[in-house]
Write a protein that binds this ligand. Sequence first.
Ligand SMILES: Cc1cc2nc3c(=O)[nH]c(=O)nc-3n(C[C@H](O)[C@H](O)[C@H](O)COP(=O)(O)OP(=O)(O)OC[C@H]3O[C@@H](n4cnc5c(N)ncnc54)[C@H](O)[C@@H]3O)c2cc1C
Length: 493
Amino acid sequence: MLGGRGALAAGAASERETGVPWGRLAAGLDGRLIRPGQARYPQAALLYNSRFASLRPAAVAVCRGSDDVARCLEFTRAHRVPFAMRSGGHSYGGYSSSPGLVVDVSALATVEVDPRRRTAKVGAGAQLIDLYDAVARHGLVVPGGTCPTVGVAGLAQGGGVGVLARRYGLTCDHVIAARAVTAAGDQIAVGPDAHADLWWALRGGGGGNFAAVTSFRLSLEPAPPLALFSLQYPWARAAAVLEGWQQWIATEPDETWSNCQLFSEGTAGLLVQVNGVYCGTPAELGRRLARLSRYVGPPGSSFVAGDDYLEAMKVEAGCASLTVAACHTAGEWPGGTLGHAAYAAKSSYVGAPEDLGRTAQWAAAVERLARDAPYLGGGLAFDGYGGAVNRVASDATAFVHRDKVAGVQATYSWGSGSSPGEVAAGARWLRWLGAEVIDPAEGAYVNYIDPTLTDWARAYYGANLARLSRVKARYDPTDRFRFAQSIPLPARG
Ligand SMILES: Cc1cc2nc3c(=O)[nH]c(=O)nc-3n(C[C@H](O)[C@H](O)[C@H](O)COP(=O)(O)OP(=O)(O)OC[C@H]3O[C@@H](n4cnc5c(N)ncnc54)[C@H](O)[C@@H]3O)c2cc1C
């Protein structure tokens, strides 16, 4: 019990003004309802991306169980209040905030591992670092993503691409069941034998579209030995490295995962590096990297090390020397030390290995960012697909991008010292990249959801869109799970 039933006083004036009886909701929750004016509100209103710091929800319900989630959905229906679901709060579009109610499941974060069956029941609000930590204690792994504080609900529903993806597939490929609250308030079990259409949609259809997920059951894998690497190359070879890397990764065994990054580090210059994680020993990795050298030449500098799963995930997360507690956001978690970030992004895909002319375009695009926005960091990250990701049929789950060589993420980020002019220059660069360099036919990744994308539904879902709309119509016929890029109901007639 978090004391929500007593927290009625603050916000009483606005309650009279709006006619929304927030106090009644607060009184009915096992968790806490946080309203403007309360001490916890500024923190509770925040998303991970500080570009959304000005969003001011009317209330944030920190749910303690699925009954709380159901009460919130019923309340928003009865009082016609808009709402958004929130797990880790990392939506690139700010879509886990709402001018109405934020239904926050971050406290539904327990991870119960069944080592015998190699499964875990995972609360929808569990953060990735805690999921990794819990399964690692049993010598098990689950493919996830890099950021330690991303929520499992957003990651798994959108896909979930990480360093074990070529070996074990996407996070969504490991969702064997889920529990959810529907728009009608029903608490349902979802899986291959019950609501199988929703189970299909929850594996790649994107968060916030169909129902409120309260937990997942994930299948786990025995922890393999892991070896990490990071190789740097002179910028003058950027286009050739990217070209060679694409040919290499497309022909590597599943055990090799890698990305290729072309980045402008602001005034520190331009950087091209190939990073990765190999499921095997450092000696075996050495053979893989010797093969890479045949495609891209020798690196200028390199780092190779064996590691266990949890430590490897911390390295990938950028919190290598920290405890698990410290790998959380400061102010949100006891002992958390990580900060928020301000960034904008676009995504695309590489369908087949590209020729040098095309990779030179990508490299020139990063040089343009360095020229036009010299004080911002940003660039392009190409994440290897293939392996287990691509062996799943594109209609077996809602995640459609099963035939790609790599995903591409373009980002730029800024800090509190960046001027509005610099941030605007980054935005112009991203717009230009979207219009002139990215091929819209390659699609986009819904977990890098992009508010500036026009043909977003086709880009995220391709041939799965019509089926997703039908699932939406069945579970949310009045479109209550709605945001700027939520899956549309089927066209009438
Ligand atoms: C620093 C960083 C690194 C990342 N690295 C990776 C990576 O390596 N691989 C990768 O695949 N992705 C990565 N991502 C993207 C990430 O997977 C998505 O942003 C993801 O959607 C975030 O999930 P969340 O729960 O944290 O976010 P939220 O903002 O809470 O949720 C995302 C969406 O899901 C909805 N949602 C949340 N909870 C629920 C629920 N319980 N039921 C129904 N809908 C819900 C929200 O309404 C929102 O629309 C990264 C993001 C960041 C910021």
